[in-house]
Design a protein around this ligand. Structure first.
Ligand SMILES: Nc1ncnc2c1ncn2[C@@H]1O[C@H](COP(=O)(O)OP(=O)(O)OP(=O)(O)O)[C@@H](O)[C@H]1O
Length: 339
């Protein structure tokens, strides 16, 4: 499979009045291959947005090599910009415009045939609501409109920063279906998120970032399997005797009030046969598979946050961390890209 996004050793430091130097991204690597729905997962403040902004030339990296669709980024990005759709900053829409009118304007501005408008509205499931004013839209509908705007160019690669932020479970499911249908249509998707359930539901591959560094990467199932301790929850009569028998086999057994945890066992028959042969009948034998939440916790030392609705008007949420209000001395670097 060919590489669609490659990032090698990306580093970005911000210089702030209050905190001096802050290393936001610290030698980060990312590989996204064609056809993947790739989740870019990390706790708040771990460097996801900075990485995407650096990739798209919205902020200047200190060092590192990056490429998008084979073109080195951000220098040669204009050559491939027509094949990339990206939403990295929350798009602002005029509330009084309908979705249809909004997309028409964007299509004209981007030199895209206006016939695409109905197609992308259809793709994101807004066809029947396209003539309503955006101010009446739910957050999920606004997110889908944002995706629609990124799809106008019929991109091969879609980059979305926190597309499901603030969505309820139904909205997340809709987003998942949308990502799957885009993937089936041959679009490669990179989406960032700090919400594990979202990544586990939507993505087939994942890269986990913590404090600006990559801490895990690969197919979601493989990343999870890497943390599988082959643990089994065992309920049995006479747990103390059962634990003794299993420990005698060299197995790691932990006692819990109503069950035992046995680690390092590939075949559950080993447990049931060992205990059964001694007249101890197993009542329950359940495999404990790691989920992304426990893996994330172990890798990043952070409990995942629930979804916090993004402020679509750009205002600072009342409970924002002081860090959210840092002054960016690099803001002068910001510039628009066609991607
Ligand atoms: N413009 C900026 N000026 C100063 N520091 C910044 C700026 N942008 C980001 N940072 C800092 O860089 C670090 C990484 O932030 P970034 O926004 O990339 O994280 P994130 O993973 O996208 O977080 P979230 O999930 O909250 O969006 C944080 O410590 C943040 O405070």
């Amino acid at each position: 499979m060919s590489a669609v996004i490659e990032i090698d050793g990306l580093r970005k430091t911000f210089h702030t009045l209050r905190h001096g130097h802050r290393v936001a991204v610290d030698g980060f690597d990312l590989l996204v291959e064609a056809g993947q729905v790739h989740g870019f997962l990390g706790p708040n403040g771990s460097g996801k947005t900075t990485t995407l902004r650096a990739l798209l030339g919205l902020v200047r990296a200190d060092s590192g090599r990056m490429s998008v669709l084979g073109a080195s980024a951000p220098e040669r990005l204009p050559e491939v910009a027509g094949r990339v759709g990206a939403i990295v900053e929350s798009p602002q829409f005029f509330g009084n415009f309908t979705a249809h009118r909004t997309l028409r304007l964007l299509a004209v501005a981007g030199g895209v045939p206006t016939g695409r408008v109905d197609e992308v509205l259809e793709q994101v499931g807004l066809r029947d609501r396209g003539d309503e004013r955006v101010k009446g839209y739910s957050l999920g509908m606004k997110q889908r409109l944002a995706v629609a705007s990124a799809l106008l160019k019929n991109p091969e690669l879609l980059i979305l920063d926190e597309p499901a932020n603030g969505l309820d479970p139904a909205g997340i499911r809709e987003m998942r279906d949308l990502m799957r249908s885009l993937s089936a249509a041959g679009v490669t998707v990179l989406l960032s998120s700090h919400i594990l359930a979202e990544i586990q539901l939507i993505c087939d591959h994942v890269t986990i970032i913590s404090r600006g560094r990559r801490v895990a990467a690969g197919p979601v199932e493989e990343v999870l399997a890497g943390f599988d301790q082959h643990e089994w929850q065992v309920r049995v009569a006479e747990p103390e005797r059962a634990a003794e028998l299993l420990r005698a086999l060299g197995l790691a057994v932990t006692d819990h009030p109503d069950h035992l945890l046995v680690a390092g066992v590939d075949e559950p028959e080993l447990i049931s046969r060992t205990l059964g042969e001694q007249g101890l009948w197993v009542r329950e034998l359940v495999p404990l598979r790691p989920d992304l939440e426990s893996v994330f916790l172990e890798l990043t030392g952070t409990t995942p946050h629930p979804a916090v609705p993004r402020q679509l008007d750009g205002s600072v949420p009342p409970d924002a961390e002081p860090d959210d209000m840092l002054i960016d001395l690099d803001a002068r670097e910001n510039r628009e890209v066609g991607a």
